[in-house]
Design a protein around this ligand. Structure first.
Ligand SMILES: [Zn+2]
Length: 156
């Protein structure tokens, strides 16, 4: 179950799934499958299916074989996903950190921003030069937060 992913596993699996293993397989691929733990596992599952097919009535086997393969493939996909999980967490933590930093910055700026906005409202736009950079910083923060979040959250 702890076999490493192999670049040729897909080729082996394709041939095995289409019932052309090892007849249609490249000689080097057959040799590889004998020495590679991952590919040997794929072939082993296939031979088990073949034994089943011989022992049991053909009628019940296609469905049973499919279930077998599906669970084997699902186990492999789960293992791959489990390996990806720390990476997703790292991205999520990085994204949350970026959003948090932006929010903290906005919170720190807010009293001054609110004061300036109040000043602008009461003095009728007299200090536009002072409020503009602050609005710009707030605007960048508001735009950057979703982008940081988008980049941090995995797309699938
Ligand atoms: Zn292999």
């Amino acid at each position: 179950m702890s076999a490493m992913p192999c670049a040729r596993e897909h080729d082996v699996m394709t041939l095995v799934l289409s019932g052309r293993w090892p007849e249609s397989a490249d000689a080097s691929l057959v040799t590889h499958a004998e020495t590679c733990a991952t590919c040997a596992e794929v072939v082993a599952i296939a031979s088990m299916l073949r034994v089943e097919k011989d022992q049991l009535n053909q009628l019940s086997i296609p469905a049973a074989g499919q279930v077998w393969w599906r669970s084997a493939l699902r186990a492999r996909a789960d293992a791959a996903r489990a390996a990806e999980r720390p990476m997703i967490w790292l991205q999520a933590v990085t994204g949350a950190g970026a959003v948090g930093a932006v929010l903290a910055g906005l919170t720190m700026l807010w009293p001054r921003l609110a004061g300036t906005v109040h000043l602008v409202l009461t003095s009728n736009g007299a200090s536009m030069q002072e409020v503009l950079p602050l609005l710009l910083i707030a605007g960048i923060g508001i735009v950057a937060a979703p982008i940081a979040f988008y980049l941090a959250v995995p797309k699938d």
